[in-house]
Design a protein around this ligand. Structure first.
Ligand code: 4AD
Ligand code: MG
Length: 468
């Protein structure tokens, strides 16, 4: 084949030099046509849009042509031409075609017909090649870029916190243990317990559920930081919103109050959603058309409206009034209980019809580090609740007072020996500060309009599933 520098398809579709020689490489989405001429829809992942390759059958070897089936990978030289067909400005009149890789139509699982998302999860290694997952993962990339850009431009430092840890930040006991001890025959102490002093780190360790505690250490020095990394939770919740391995973004800001924390959360999410509208229009149009006709409207709405702020206590009052008026929830609501996703979504979707930030939760249902309110019952927590998602962000102002923090740690029986380094922030130069965690996949769920969190991370880890 003649050597012509490759043009990626997203660029090829923009070219205007009709008549020029062009090379593209990609995977065949479909092939159709008649006895004389065939049309190949070719995609290389650079955009959801395919380029049309026009093949004059008389000019090509029949045996080679037979290999060009859905899923095959081909290398095409040709002439850029104006397209007569609908939906594209340019196409390629093929002059030479090389088949890099065939995809036997008898065996290749992704044929033209639409597959269910459930089926595609079973072939997560190949689902990447569908339009849907191409769109989702281009958007996922864009959201990561939006996040780094947002914080970088506002003077935050990207801070890397460890994945292996000796402390349970959220105190919910949902940690995956990390050990090199033998499971069948672990070293034992004289008392018969597992002897973690013999383990790799000389102590008991787990995968982190959050980078927050180390993030706070950095905020007490660098002022404004954020983390962005994987977190792990062994919660046995098989829901469309939970993963055992998910990514979290956790900004932490010295001197911020809860009000400033709420402003940051709203501004940050709105920026990310606006970024998607600006940078991912083709992919969003596709998802809007295929899955959720209200997607783009919903995204615009969120960027244009302030989030409703109210206390947990007021939220519970609204929910109880709804129950009194005959609204049925699966789970009961009462002051002091944790809100279920159905309650959160009622507030957002039925009552306020916009995102909600709930604050001042009962201290019993929130983590030890949250700033205690004067009432002795609530803490300065804030959860951001979103349409279709429920909780998308959890955060708080932090307890900066050493004595109050220690009292809370003792109340909750958290082993103090694991916490000495964290407590040092409150012993030396303590400062008011606040932060929050955004679940990355929940953001992607919202932005793509997908219904199941397993469809917005390439290779989901959930109970009983760690394939690929
Ligand atoms: O509310 P969470 O547990 O808060 C924290 O971890 C704090 N340390 C954050 C902070 O203040 N720096 O989790 C934060 C967010 C949730 O709002 C949710 O979006 C997401 O992380 N999340 C999950 N996403 C997917 N699967 C799971 N199992 C998740 N658990 C939490
Ligand atoms: Mg939470």
């Amino acid at each position: 084949m003649k050597q012509i520098k490759r043009t990626v398809i997203v660029e090829a579709l923009k070219r205007t030099d009709i008549g020029a020689e062009i090379n593209v490489k990609g995977w065949v989405r479909t092939r159709r046509g008649n006895k004389n001429v065939n049309f190949i829809a070719l995609n290389d992942g650079s955009t959801i849009n395919n380029i049309q390759v026009v093949v004059d059958l008389a000019n090509f070897d029949e045996t080679m042509l037979r290999l060009i089936t859905t899923g095959a990978c081909i290398n095409v030289n040709g002439i850029l031409a104006e397209s007569m067909g609908q939906g594209q400005r340019v196409e390629i009149q093929a002059t030479e075609i090389e088949v890099f890789g065939t995809a036997d139509p008898e065996k290749y699982p992704l044929q033209k017909k639409g597959h269910t998302l459930e089926y595609l999860r079973e072939i997560a290694h190949l689902r990447l090649r569908t339009n849907t997952f191409g769109a989702v993962f281009r958007i996922r990339h864009n959201m990561a870029m939006a996040i780094h850009t947002y914080f970088h431009e506002r003077g935050f430092f990207y801070f890397h916190t460890p994945l292996i840890t000796g402390s349970d930040c959220e105190g919910a006991g949902q940690m995956f243990e990390v050990t090199t001890l033998s499971l069948s025959d672990p070293k034992k102490t004289k008392e018969g317990a597992v002897d973690y002093s013999q383990d790799f780190f000389g102590k008991r360790t787990s995968l982190t559920v959050s980078g927050q505690l180390e993030g706070e250490l950095a905020a007490m020095s660098l002022g404004k930081i954020y983390t962005f990394g994987p977190t792990f939770r062994a919660e046995n919740s098989n829901t469309p919103r939970h993963l055992a391995e998910f990514w979290m973004i956790e900004p932490e800001v010295a001197f911020n109050t809860i009000e400033e924390n709420m402003e940051l959360a709203q501004d940050f999410i709105q920026y990310c959603v606006r970024w998607a509208l600006e940078h991912c229009a083709d992919d969003l149009d596709f998802l809007n058309q295929m899955y959720d006709k209200e997607l783009v409207d919903r995204l615009k709405f969120v960027t244009e409206n302030d989030f409703q702020r109210l206390t947990y206590t007021d939220g519970v009052a609204i929910l109880k009034a709804a129950v009194a008026n005959g609204h049925k929830f699966d789970y009961p609501v009462d002051w002091g209980t944790d809100l279920q996703s159905e309650h959160e979504r009622y507030l957002v979707e039925e009552h306020f019809k916009k995102p909600v930030i709930l604050t001042d939760y009962p201290k019993e249902i929130k983590a030890f580090y949250m700033k205690q309110n004067e009432d002795g019952k609530t803490v300065r927590a804030m959860d951001v609740l979103f349409p279709k998602i429920g909780e998308i962000i959890g955060g708080s102002e932090r307890e900066a007072d050493y004595d109050k923090l220690v009292a809370r740690i003792e109340e909750l029986n958290i082993p103090m020996k694991d916490m000495w380094w964290y407590l040092d922030t409150r012993r030396f130069g303590t400062a008011p500060h606040a932060g929050f965690g955004l679940g990355f996949e929940r953001l992607i769920l919202f932005v793509t309009g997908m219904q199941n969190i397993r469809d917005v991370i390439p290779f989901p880890r959930t109970p009983n599933n760690a394939d690929f």
